[in-house]
Design a protein around this ligand. Structure first.
Ligand SMILES: Nc1ncnc2c1ncn2[C@@H]1O[C@H](COP(=O)(O)OP(=O)(O)OP(=O)(O)O)[C@@H](O)[C@H]1O
Length: 497
């Protein structure tokens, strides 16, 4: 007989006067993965944190392994349900073995025996989760997805029966999804179950046995695997029909000049990378390594050194100082990594004041004072609409912004700078299907305005909707360049394997 691990009925939750969950329900059986999908703010994370005992709730019932759990006994849930969010809990500076700390409740009688056991157990776990590293190595050497698999193994070793993977903001590629699926399936024999949340519906469909659609705080549909249908699921999520990754018309600008060129750039992780971006072009880089991506960005931003090769802007060789000076009259570059947007802003100030700082940076660092109020008023009165967002956003503090508003703010900032080069890293990461369409549409419009765009992502489908060509990076080097007209016929996986 298949056992039920968790069942939740009519869950309700208020934050202040905001009713976030109205009627959320689900049940998960042993040996099953349930995918949960819904637009941003539909209440997925709140619901999951309630199931994991991290948050209380105002109405409804939760049953764990058939037993009703009193709402005051959240500790029972947190003992059996592990919630793994987008931020991983491993400490980069500690060794993998220390992070796993697999020996629980052992009296430390013999330090050497203990160390040996920890190492042996860590080796077993590393092998099981297909991570090719030594237990003594620091966690910082691992890719994000390797860290996630280790975390799963860790919570399972700690006795979790339900593992919730709330990874909306996590960047996966097909290989990562295959590895994750293998780990999930091999864990079923331990009598456990999983919940998987991600903004990429295809990944959710690949990993799940059932999908639950959450809309405005209510569970609205539950579908078994043989009924999965992307368009239908989007319709339930959004409320009307929507097409994802529709192909955009891309026109080449006549006499477009070269904006950026890399000639055989080599560094610690980059091996002889050559590429160019012209005005109005969208050039994709399909790379599956987050560490390679980071180093590539660091080099483009002058934060990391290159060992050989050259970087050219508008045909001129440039140095690190020039690259560091982005957003200036000389170096009209904007960089957008959605996950980091907030880091570039002052969270406790209203949006309008953030713009004052940005505008001042642009206007050669004029002192604050009358000028700032002038810019603020200008923004409030005229500029907000030009920049594409509602005046209401200007008054909000950055920390109160929704995902959509943050994006609009960022686009506003880009427009304020009129860059000639825009570097994007995973631009639609952590966005629901509606916001994704908005972001992609905005990128195309900026290219039409002549901005040269370099888009780094692991999402081929999305890139192929808008890019003029895609550069495929494998093991640090360019493994192929595919032109737009060949996107539909070329099998990208061949370049990545
Ligand atoms: N601690 C909190 N205090 C006040 N409001 C909150 C809190 N946590 C969440 N909310 C609100 O609850 C609503 C639902 O948020 P939640 O994160 O559960 O949705 P979600 O579907 O997981 O969205 P996303 O995919 O964007 O993470 C949002 O309006 C959010 O602002």
């Amino acid at each position: 007989m298949v056992h039920e691990i968790i069942r939740a009925e009519h869950i309700q939750k208020m934050f202040d006067r905001n009713q976030v969950l109205m009627d959320a329900w689900l049940h998960v059986l042993e040996g099953q993965t349930v995918g949960i999908v819904g637009l941003d703010n539909s209440g997925k994370t709140t619901f999951m944190r309630i199931l994991a005992g991290q948050l209380g709730y105002d109405g409804g019932d939760i049953y764990l392994e058939g037993v009703k759990i009193p709402s005051a006994r959240r500790d029972i849930l947190s003992g059996k349900v592990a919630y793994l969010g987008s931020e991983n809990s491993l400490v980069d500076e500690l060794s993998i073995a220390d992070n796993l700390c697999v020996l629980k409740n052992h009296p430390i009688r013999d330090f050497i025996v203990r160390k040996k056991k920890i190492r042996e157990n860590s080796e077993k776990i590393l092998k099981r989760v297909h991570v090719d590293a030594r237990p003594g190595s620091p966690c910082s050497i691992l890719e994000d997805n390797e860290k996630q698999r280790l975390e799963i193994a860790k919570v399972l070793a700690g006795g979790a029966r339900l593992v919730i993977l709330d990874c909306t903001g996590h960047t996966y590629n097909d290989q990562d999804i295959r590895e994750l699926k293998e780990l999930i399936c091999s864990s079923y024999e331990k009598g456990v179950a999983f919940i998987f949340i991600h903004s990429n519906l295809e990944y959710v469909m690949q990993l799940s046995d059932e999908i639950l659609v959450l809309k405005d705080g209510r569970s609205v549909r539950r579908l078994p695997k043989n009924k999965f249908d992307k368009q239908l699921i989007y319709k339930w999520m959004v409320g009307y029909e929507i097409k994802e990754n529709s192909l955009y018309d891309r026109k080449k600008l006549p006499d477009a000049k070269e904006i950026l060129r890399l000639a055989e750039v080599t560094s610690d992780r980059l091996k002889q990378i050559s590429l160019e971006v012209k005005e109005g072009e969208i050039v994709g880089i399909l790379s599956l390594s987050s560490r390679w991506n980071q180093e590539f960005i660091d080099i483009l931003m002058g934060e990391a050194r290159i060992e050989s090769g050259g970087i050219y802007r508008n045909g001129q060789a440039v140095n690190r100082q020039f690259l560091r000076d982005r957003g200036t009259v000389r170096n009209r570059t904007c960089f957008m990594h959605k996950a980091n947007i907030k880091e570039e802003l002052f969270e406790n100030l209203p949006v309008s004041q953030n713009y004052v700082f940005l505008a001042q940076q642009k206007a050669a660092k004029t002192p604050l004072g009358i000028l700032s109020r002038k810019i603020e008023m200008h923004l409030e009165n005229e500029k907000a609409e030009d920049l594409g967002f509602s005046p209401d956003i200007l008054k909000k503090h950055v920390e109160q912004l929704t995902n959509k508003e943050l994006f609009e703010l960022y686009i506003g900032e880009i427009k304020l700078f009129h860059p000639e080069l825009l570097v994007l890293m995973n631009p639609t990461e952590n966005s629901d299907v509606l916001l994704k369409e908005q972001i992609i549409g905005e990128i195309v419009r900026m290219a039409e305005d002549g901005i040269g765009i370099l888009m780094i992502s692991a999402n081929f489908k999305e890139m192929s909707a808008i890019c003029d060509r895609i550069i495929i990076v494998r093991k640090g080097t360019v493994n192929g360049i595919v032109d737009r007209r060949d996107f539909s016929t070329v099998n990208m996986n061949l370049y990545l394997e």
